[in-house]
Design a protein around this ligand. Structure first.
Ligand code: FES
Length: 335
């Protein structure tokens, strides 16, 4: 029987089935509880059990005082719910609640997706995972000398395995190093998270995501988070590529659309470079966005998230605000 967990005072709730700790269950459900090491060392996941029973699932080095124990405090990373429970715990309300972290991660794999794109999988140490919000980015340092910022293309529900989409960019020292020279087991220093392109969870409006080329990376993280929250009545995802090869992981969006009734996925190959729009291609992009708006009336009433190349992102944000969408419901990140 799954145990039901209610978090006070935020009102988040979720179910845990199986041996997951309360913290793991929360992360899988997209609930950003306060925590640090995930391994019983730091005490940051300390929370007060208000009702129900929990079971200690592992030894922890962090020592709770007798007074804390008598008040019902437990470590959420080291306890599982035995019955339905109510727990008083801190939840991150925004990017400012997430501390800056520095972690030495290891390259688990780097896989070519096509001649111009690679998928980088970094794994953190088991006891030093990255706490972040979906949609955020990190600084990656390679060998101390070369560094750059990339959006995380996975969701906070797996804080140990971090994915990144790496485009081939001859002449860009950072991306060139990532794409051509990084190998399994290399160490990459992570610093972050950073960025405010996050999901505004309190909204129950339809969600519309528009990714231009590698804008899919933060959008994938946001969509995975939105799916784990199961909050929105409908999700629309448009992946606009400069060309067909720029839509480098089409099976992910197709699988979401196949599995979920309320998920709608569209791929569009522009046929021009979205990184440097000309007057003519800018007009062509507007026509494409017009077609999206006419085909999807929910956009007018939804929250719109746009990511990718700066010029294209700015043009799309201006377009949607120009057609009457409030600018407080248009969230954009460009590079
Ligand atoms: S997260 Fe550090 S002790 Fe639980």
């Amino acid at each position: 029987m799954p145990a039901h967990v209610s978090i006070l005072p935020s009102g988040h709730d979720f179910s845990i089935d199986g041996p997951d700790s309360i913290l793991e269950g929360a992360l899988h459900a997209g609930v950003p509880l306060n925590y640090g090491c995930s391994g019983g060392n730091c005490g940051l996941c300390k929370a007060r059990l208000v009702s129900g029973q929990v079971r200690k699932t592992r030894h922890h080095d962090y020592v709770l005082t007798e007074a804390e124990k008598s008040q019902g405090y437990v470590l959420m990373c080291s306890n599982a719910a035995v019955t339905d429970v109510e727990i008083e715990a801190d939840v991150a309300g925004g990017v400012h609640d997430i501390p800056l972290q520095q972690i030495a991660a290891r390259v688990k794999s780097i896989t070519a997706l096509n001649p111009d794109m690679a998928l980088l999988h970094l794994q953190t140490p088991r006891t030093n995972r990255l706490r972040f919000l979906a949609g955020q980015s990190v600084m990656l340092r390679l060998g101390g000398a070369v560094s750059g910022v990339l959006p995380i293309a996975s969701c906070p529900c797996d804080d140990r395995n971090l994915l990144f989409h790496v485009p081939r960019r001859p002449g860009n020292v950072f991306l060139d190093h990532l794409f051509s020279r990084l190998a399994s087991n290399d160490i990459v220093d992570i610093e972050g998270p950073q960025g405010e392109f996050i999901l505004h969870e309190k909204s129950s409006r339809p969600l519309c995501f528009i990714a231009f080329d590698t804008g899919f990376a933060p959008v994938k993280s946001l969509i995975e988070h939105a799916l784990s929250l199961d909050a929105s009545e409908a999700i629309f995802f448009y992946w606009i590529g400069s060309d067909e090869r720029s839509i480098y992981l089409p099976n992910i969006g197709r699988a979401w659309a196949d599995a979920l009734d309320n998920f709608h996925y569209t791929e569009l190959a522009a046929g021009y470079d979205l990184a440097s729009l000309t007057e003519k291609s800018g007009e062509m992009l507007k026509t494409m966005l017009q077609g999206i708006a006419e085909g999807c009336h929910e956009i007018r009433n939804g929250d719109i998230y746009i990511a990718g190349q700066e010029q294209a992102v700015r043009a799309a944000a201006q377009f949607f605000v120009g057609m009457g969408v409030s600018n407080v419901r248009v969230f954009a990140t460009g590079w």
